[in-house]
Design a protein around this ligand. Sequence first.
Ligand code: IPM
Ligand code: MN
Length: 354
Amino acid sequence: MNLKIALLAGDGIGPEVINEAVKVSEAIAKKFNHNIEWKSALMGAAAIDAVGDPYPNKTHDICLASDAILFGAIGHPRFDNDPSAKVRPEQGLLRMRKKLGLFANVRPTFTFPSLLNKSPLKKERIEGTDLVFLRELTGGIYFGERGRKDDGNTAFDTCTYNRDEIKRIAVKGFELAMKRKKKLCCVDKANVLESSRLWRETFQEMEKDYPDVKVSYEFVDAVAMRLVQWPNSYDVLVTENLFGDILTDEASVISGSMGLMPSASVGLENSLYEPIHGSFPEAAGLGIANPLATILSAAMMFEMSFGLHNEGANIREAVNKSLIEGKVTKDLAEKGENSFSTSEVGDYLKELIR
Ligand code: IPM
Ligand code: MN
């Protein structure tokens, strides 16, 4: 198979973790007789520095012309503490999501038996956790009307959703639930917010089309609590953009390291795959970044964009083996144990796959 993949390394540790994901993907392609055409493009602070725009048109064209997009990380501290900055790396990410119609952000949370002791949560609470968040990604308060009034002394952001936007993410949720445990949780704040009431109404209407799926409706504040108490009680959770942003960071704690959790953003034309961690600028260039979240994102890419399930499973297997054998970066190494560099972990996985 010929796979056309856009490669956006982005900022901070982005280029380093992307390198390892390319290494591992190439090993898989070689083993299973595929040919990958990589096309690199600028994104984030790196793109601002080079051409003054965090998501240049050229990058958008390369993304559109590809079957899938593999993305590293975005963000740089020099923008974070400057509220007056006119262009920010994150604007590029939001523009990319909107222009590519990446409406469904799939964020799985699972535990690795070999890493249960890495989570700050009690082992017996998190053991066997395997849940997926579907976060709506192109609507809500992220994209609603915002501004200032009263000479700048009042600010507002609005959360707007229409029925079609809710329906298309809900369909993804119901379909995913059908493939898993047939359990779906609609996360909202319908006791307060009108947009949440429309979410709930839409899900309730759709229940009849999926009679096998058991749907629960829970308020976001309660989910925030239960997620760390009994993560095991959830399977598929669907929610709006901002709630999903917050809850998925919280959920990443369950696995023990943000450096492990992959994600996919399913779009209208094609989909994007990225680790859920940030650009970790303090670690850039030091060779200590954990590449596994990006490598697991590449596994999701093989499966979801190309239907190549053996390829994805092979990557996951190699990652599991490397964890069991302790071939891990500093963030995961036991005290007093040797840790491996970003590229050593990639080399080890490449060898395992070969
Ligand atoms: C994420 C990030 C982004 C978001 C930022 C970088 C704009 O936190 O992908 O979760 O808020 O969506
Ligand atoms: Mn986030």
